[in-house]
Design a protein around this ligand. Structure first.
Ligand SMILES: *Cc1c(COP(=O)(O)O)cnc(C)c1O
Length: 458
């Protein structure tokens, strides 16, 4: 069969409230032209994030009811810990309420004010947590990542020559850890190859620097390796995942991504002494080490979700459905990041709206237009998100101006995606009339969440 179907049936539905473009014009104005500030009820297709927005299975909902809410040593904890250990393979598992809490604890114990942390591309909360500890977050993506049109199969790779140079220059004294984000979220949802992972691991081990994986979309990354990297065609995805993690010394994980959960996360390490220090922080900020920031029912749902996410029929469907949108847009001549990543479609706002200067935020402008056109909510990944240096307060254009349309797992059907493709095509037709924006109010850290904008006068 040519058609790849959604490998699930729908058992429960949530109605979508439909609105008109006139209503949406008013709504986005009251939200200060920041889609984060919209009420979700006023959104028709919500592609703001794939984080915590997945549809859980009947099995996960059933497991939820079996949550053991004991404060210490709950049955749900052991089920969660054993599942994480089986797939990720690390000795120490520290439960947190979401990924950024794992990052905060990890960097809090490892990063000092003169520290430098290399990553293929830091996710926004990762960068902010390193900078909050006084450290410097350095992105060293591979050269192909900079070419949005390149169909290089592993554009999430790290530039290992740049890594070697950084390690030679600064050494383990200044580099407390090397981190790699899989898949590379900000760089296009692109995968990292096993060859690259092994090479980074070898560099890290030779220098005596711990290597951490930001594992949020580990299953999508593993499936890309299976489908794109020679030698893995017949390897079960779970074994690919295990091999990825065996190259590393620890990981941070948001269970809101590749676990289908609505909340949750964890931090892993093989270093027992480090884990001891991390647990002391955990008790202060998250909770007792057998629940962290989660309820027993969350631990149960994640334990089920971590198994389901490795189902290869699901992963085939997942990668296919993202590719479906990307290839339709590309065929219509609309600038999108190629090739399709795992969890999101990235529109290239710089080429979509070439008349808008980077610091008039073409990505934000495009995100606003998608909402007005069809009630679609996406997020700018460009100069609003990355343009402000929190140390100096200076603004510089980001490397790329993208709009991310993240696809929640198992939530929308193909007709929803056809609607999205059609809406983007309509905005493309009227792109010449789209104006830029200016920021009227914003905080220093993670400003994209709350910033307020106004149109620039025509
Ligand atoms: C979502 C995400 C995080 C942070 O996780 P939260 O659960 O949102 O705190 C970190 N890194 C990457 C790559 C992510 O996608």
């Amino acid at each position: 069969m040519k058609t790849i179907i959604e490998p699930f049936r729908i058992k429960m539905v949530e109605p979508i409230k439909l609105t008109t473009p006139e209503q949406r014009r008013e709504l986005i104005a009251s939200a200060h032209y920041n889609p984060f500030r919209l009420a979700a009820e006023d959104v028709i297709i919500d592609l703001l994030t794939d984080s915590g927005t997945s549809a859980m299975s009947s099995q996960a909902w059933g497991a939820l009811m079996q949550g053991d809410e004991s404060y210490a040593g709950a049955r749900s904890w052991y089920r969660f810990r054993d599942t994480v250990k089986d797939i990720f393979g690390f000795e120490q598992v520290i439960p947190t309420h979401q990924g950024r809490a794992a990052e905060h604890i990890l960097f809090g114990v490892m990063v000092k004010s003169d520290s430098i942390v290399p990553n293929n591309t830091h996710f926004d909360t990762t960068r902010a947590n390193i900078e909050f500890c006084g450290g410097t977050a350095v992105d060293i993506p591979c050269a192909e990542a900079g070419d949005l049109d390149s169909r290089f199969p592993f554009k999430g790779n790290m530039d290992t020559a740049a890594l070697k140079q950084m390690v030679a220059e600064h050494g383990p004294e200044r580099i407390p850890l090397i981190m790699v984000t899989m898949t590379n979220n900000s760089g296009g949802g692109q995968p990292v190859s096993m060859a690259n992972i092994r090479e980074i691991s070898a560099i890290a081990r030779e220098a005596g620097i711990p290597f951490y994986i930001d594992a949020c979309r580990f299953a999508e990354n593993a499936h890309f390796i299976k489908r794109r990297e020679p030698g893995f065609e017949n390897t079960p995805v779970i074994d690919i995942a295990r091999e990825m993690f065996s190259c590393a010394d620890g990981c941070t994980m948001s269970a809101k991504k590749d676990s289908f959960a609505n909340i949750g996360g964890f931090l892993c390490t093989n270093d027992g002494e480090l884990a001891h220090r991390e647990r002391n922080v955990l008790i202060l900020t998250e909770g007792f080490p057998t629940y962290g920031g989660m309820a027993g029912r969350d631990l149960e749902a994640i334990a089920v979700g971590l198994r389901e996410i490795l189902d290869e029929n699901y992963l085939d469907y997942r990668l296919f459905s993202t590719r479906y949108v990307v290839e339709h847009l590309h065929d219509a001549g609309i600038p999108v990041v190629l090739p399709a990543g795992g969890h999101a479609v990235y529109l290239d706002a710089r080429r979509f709206l070439p008349g808008i200067e980077p610091l008039q935020y073409p990505g934000q402008a495009l995100a606003v237009e998608l909402y007005i056109e069809a009630g679609i909510r996406g997020v700018e990944i460009g100069s609003v998100m990355f343009g402000l240096d929190p140390h100096t307060g200076e603004e510089h254009p980001s490397r790329n101006e993208l709009v991310r349309l993240a696809i929640p797992r198992r939530v929308y059907t193909q007709s929803h995606m056809d609607y999205v493709i059609e809406a983007i095509g309509q905005v493309w037709q009227r792109r010449a009339g789209i104006r830029g924006l200016k920021i009227v109010r914003a905080p220093r850290f993670l400003r994209h969440f709350t910033a307020e904008f106004e149109w620039i006068e025509a």
